[in-house]
Design a protein around this ligand. Structure first.
Ligand code: ADP
Ligand code: ASP
Ligand code: MG
Length: 413
């Protein structure tokens, strides 16, 4: 007998018919003798509808009340799925995040899970019941409803799997696994049978929204075997697990991209100690996350300072920078919110030089100008103009042999 935690995303529970199909699947698994916990998302489009409703009511909705409204989508799904299970003769019970006690901190809109209480779930499982939990939501120490950030139901499922020490956490969605890149951008993308936590974490952090970043962090930290599968098609999906020495590692596992970036430059700043902190201080004080940073020192003793932020933060960051530039006596502030980041990810990079250069050459061959570069042990990221996203991703996908079975032989040797 295994203990399995399953998560069904928005499109998988997007209609009464689909919820019925999910119930058939869950029921069959429970009847085979396995213990099952199911975490569900809101029906597709519902969270966006609720967010729009809140925006209609208030220009800047209070974050606490926003969580109250957007958490209702998942409550509808747990009730519908549980009804469907009961109708099929499968004993089941639904729980909201508050009922289960998915304890989080109080950061509304992106709360972090602190603790998952298991007693009620264990009792149900031992009594042969399927436990259906609302994804995406929690409760803070004051009893207030919180949410975990967009895509947060993945993290609900992994947190429950970690707390119950489940045998596997299965993320059911509208693709049959994790691909070398988003199949919506590159139809030649290839499904991966397995990927390491570390690589998946980079992919998610660099923009692959197939899994929420925190769910991968959690799975890695507690070593929860995580599998991404198609809700309604047979297949073994993609297993995300620890690095396996026995499996020959691919050079590059995937290409991630992020359209939500914007770039800001303060040009001609006198080059003195403390400049970076003076430029970035007001930005971080405004709670704006900074991604890439590049500083160039020119021959004239002045420096150009460039960084990227989330596109939603672009206007505010631009205004703040203009103010600081006056104080610092900089020559100009230049901004561009039509940029994207494309990244290559792979643990194989550790042992192979030349990946970055092949990347740069491939982009150059397509006449794509690189604006910024950043590297770490297992990734290389570049910032390019937004209009080159598709071309960039597809040419790199081909150059690194990702749409065929083999890796680029000249590098693999
Ligand atoms: P759900 O509603 O089930 O949580 P999501 O929309 O959050 O589903 O995630 C699935 C989507 O992630 C896919 O439809 C796909 O377009 C996108 N995606 C982005 N990058 C990848 C990738 N590398 N592999 C697979 N899917 C990806
Ligand atoms: N319903 C939430 C969202 O749309 C959470 C999730 O689907 O994981 O982001
Ligand atoms: Mg999702």
């Amino acid at each position: 007998m295994a203990l399995i935690v399953q998560k069904y995303g928005g499109t998988s529970v997007g209609s009464i018919e689909k919820i019925g199909k999910v119930a058939d699947k869950v029921c069959a698994l429970a009847k085979s003798g396995d213990q099952v916990v199911v975490a569900v998302s809101a029906m597709s489009g519902e969270t966006n509808r609720l967010l729009a409703l809140a925006s209609e009511m208030s220009e800047k909705p209070h974050s606490r009340e926003l969580d109250v409204i957007i958490s209702t989508g998942e409550q509808v799904t747990i009730a519908l799925l549980t009804m469907a299970l009961l109708d099929r003769g499968c004993d089941a019970r639904s729980y909201t995040g508050t009922q289960i006690k998915m304890l989080t901190d109080s950061t509304h809109g992106k709360a972090r899970i602190r603790e998952v209480q298991c007693e009620a779930m264990r009792e149900d499982l031992d009594a042969g019941r399927v436990v259906v939990v609302a994804g995406f939501q929690g409760v803070d120490e004051h009893g207030r409803i919180t949410t975990l950030g967009r895509g947060g139901s993945d993290t609900t499922a992994v947190a429950i799997a970690a707390a119950l020490k489940a045998d596997e956490c299965q993320i059911y969605t509208d693709v049959d696994g994790v691909y070398t890149t988003d199949p919506r951008v590159e139809p030649k993308a290839r499904k991966l049978d397995h990927i390491t936590f570390e690589e998946m974490l980079e992919m998610a952090s660099l923009g692959s929204k197939v899994l929420q970043i925190r769910s991968v962090e959690f799975a890695g930290k507690y070593n929860v075997p995580l599998r991404v599968l198609h809700s309604f098609e047979e297949g073994s999906g993609t297993l995300i697990a620890l690095e396996d020495d026995k499996v020959e590692q691919a050079l590059i596992s995937g290409i991630a991209f992020n359209r939500d970036e914007a770039q800001l430059t303060m040009a001609g700043v006198p080059d003195q100690p403390g400049v970076a902190s003076k430029i970035l201080g007001p930005i971080t004080n405004a709670n704006i996350e900074i991604d890439m940073i590049v500083q160039n020192v020119g021959a004239d003793g002045c420096t150009d300072f460039t960084f990227t932020v989330h596109r939603n933060d672009y206007e505010v960051a631009h205004e703040l920078l203009k103010k600081t530039s006056v104080e610092l006596g900089a020559k100009a502030v230049i901004g561009d919110d039509k940029i994207v980041k494309i990244s290559l990810v792979g643990v194989g990079m550790r042992s192979h030089a030349g990946i970055a250069n092949t990347m740069f050459q491939t982009l150059a061959d397509e006449n794509i100008n690189i604006r910024m570069i950043s590297t770490s042990e297992i990734k290389v990221s570049v910032v390019v103009d937004e209009k080159y996203l598709e071309l960039g991703v597809r040419s790199l996908h081909e150059a690194f042999g990702l749409d065929s079975d083999g890796q680029l032989s000249s590098l693999a040797g």
